[in-house]
Design a protein around this ligand. Structure first.
Ligand code: S3P
Length: 177
């Protein structure tokens, strides 16, 4: 696969609770790009909640759906895509994302992740029913090397959506120059 214009599609990657969906929506609005959230698209495709897909059909099946979802997106219009936390752990997904755009890592500390997940109503079956610092830390450590493959990263702790999206815009304008 030859790379297309690399900065036309932005894939937000990072652990659950790092702000991918909220940042993605605002960033898309500011850049006048379209917005897509892979979890929401998968739920719509299968007419099932993510939690149900993973518990009833298994993680491997869900991972296949994620790759299918990335393959189905129409990349001809400029897009900001918020991805599920496990997407960059699959080689094929990395290939697709690097082909159609760039990955931006929204990086949060474990402390922030836990605080956000405790507030969230969403059930994340891979993180267990009760938020455990040990489990989150161990999964985060397994995933970090994939998140580090991003073109650049933004620390999201204690920052509001506006400053995070402005930081991303600044970094993007430097890349484009
Ligand atoms: C997952 C993260 C979730 C969702 C699914 C699996 C993961 O998305 O895709 O529950 O493997 O980390 P968020 O990162 O939006 O929470």
């Amino acid at each position: 696969m030859e790379n297309r214009n690399r900065y036309e599609n932005l894939f937000l990657i990072g652990f659950s609770g790092s702000g991918k969906s909220s940042v993605g929506k605002l960033l898309a609005k500011k850049l006048k790009f379209n917005f897509l959230d892979t979890d929401i698209k998968i739920e719509a495709n299968l007419n099932m909640k993510i939690n149900e897909i993973i518990t009833r059909k298994g993680e491997d099946y869900f991972r296949k759906m994620e790759t299918e979802c990335l393959n189905e997106i129409n990349y001809d219009s400029k897009m900001v895509i918020s991805t599920g936390g496990g997407i960059p752990t699959i080689k094929e997904n990395l290939k697709i994302m690097n082909h159609f755009g760039i990955m931006i890592w929204l990086n949060s500390t474990i402390k922030t992740i836990i605080r956000r997940l405790e507030k969230s109503k969403e059930i994340r079956p891979l993180l267990g029913e009760k938020i455990s610092e040990n489990e989150i830390t161990s999964l985060f450590e397994q995933r970090e090397k994939y998140y580090q493959l991003a073109k650049f990263s933004i620390k999201t702790d204690n920052k509001n959506l506006n400053s995070i999206t402005e930081e991303i815009k600044n970094k993007l304008s430097k890349l484009n120059n």
